[in-house]
Design a protein around this ligand. Structure first.
Ligand SMILES: [Zn+2]
Length: 328
């Protein structure tokens, strides 16, 4: 299961409410492109091999003080494949010196990063007596891009056209005896919090567009009924409680890792929305920063609403049933 990256979600929320700086626009485009590349790979992976193998998507691991992130990790036979997906355009070369495009040598490149990640997983496995072979797979997913390897290297490097063949091989290998429980082992080492830079300081927060933003079209022009909100522009309907909950989480992502403050949430919603509903939702869904004082501050996990819905599927299905509740 792949979720939209937290920073991508954050920048998209910011874009709905403010003009992005050049740096933010560039980051948004870069992360969007990377994410699109991952989705392209996922489609091939699902079509060819997904049901035969165990895998994890977009996984972060922290082991002995070192953090690594991997786009996909797949086990097949005795091999654990650490997959990096690069959605780069242009013709790249790799030799002893490093990664190049034309005559330009990259100061930091995906090969070094991949090797570092592999070493972290190898050390983790060694500690737990796991004997799986850890292999780096670096995939150049962009059809308008390519990589040529001019040296002996330990990594498997694939251009777009080579991906299906590799996936078929992976599928074949999946008939060999499989190592069990590697997912649980790695998941134990997921960091307990996101490492994310703050997107919005208190001063900028005040200048943002206020209100609830339509999830489908980005309009702030919503008609309020008792149990639901309807977008005047695209007609999309959302259960009111979901809209409020989602908007508080959006505010949370923007100010992360700073705690949630009730006053700020009320300002974020603007004067068209109910302060008492906000209060109710904060007390129901969020944990106070300090139980001993009622200061309107709550813990902020910075988690996206998409992940929250996934984790609480049943609850949200129930909540969405309110769409049919009558207003009178
Ligand atoms: Zn809309």
């Amino acid at each position: 299961m792949r979720f939209k990256p937290q920073l991508l979600t954050g920048l998209e929320i910011l874009q709905q409410r403010d003009r992005l700086s050049i740096k933010e626009q560039q980051a948004l485009m870069r992360i969007q492109k990377g994410y699109q590349g991952e989705l392209i790979f996922d489609r091939l992976f699902t079509a060819i091999v997904a049901e035969k193998v165990e895998f994890l998507d977009d996984i972060e691991i922290e082991f002995e003080g070192n953090r690594m992130q991997m786009d996909k990790i797949v086990a097949s036979g005795d091999m654990l494949a650490l997959i990096d997906i690069k959605n780069y355009q242009g013709n790249y070369y790799y030799d002893r010196q490093g990664l190049k495009i034309g005559n330009t040598l990259f100061a930091q490149d995906c090969f070094e990063q991949a090797r570092r990640s592999r070493r972290i997983v190898e050390r983790l496995f060694k500690k737990h007596g796991v004997t799986m072979r850890v292999v780096n797979i670096i995939i150049f997913i962009n059809e308008e891009g390519s990589i040529t390897i001019n040296d002996e290297i330990n990594e498997v490097v694939l251009n777009y056209v080579e991906i299906p063949q590799w996936l078929l091989q992976l599928k074949k290998q999946a008939d060999l005896p499989q190592m069990k429980n590697w997912q649980q082992l790695l998941l134990q080492y997921q960091p307990s919090f996101y490492k994310a830079e703050n997107l919005c300081n208190p001063r900028r927060l005040l200048t943002l567009k206020k209100g609830i933003c339509c999830v489908k079209c980005g309009s702030f022009d919503l008609r309020q009924e008792r149990y639901k909100l309807q977008c005047r522009k695209c007609g999309y309907q959302e259960v009111k409680r979901v809209s409020y909950y989602r908007t508080i989480k959006e505010y949370g992502i923007l100010i992360y890792p700073v705690p949630i403050k009730r006053k700020e949430v009320v300002t974020f919603f603007g004067k068209n929305y109910s302060e008492s509903t906000i209060k109710t939702l904060l007390s129901e869904y969020f944990e106070p920063l300090d139980f001993s004082i009622k200061d309107g501050r709550y813990k902020n996990d910075g988690q996206t609403f998409e992940r929250l819905i996934f984790k609480n599927k049943k609850y949200f299905e129930q909540l969405n049933g309110r769409m049919n509740w009558k207003s009178s």
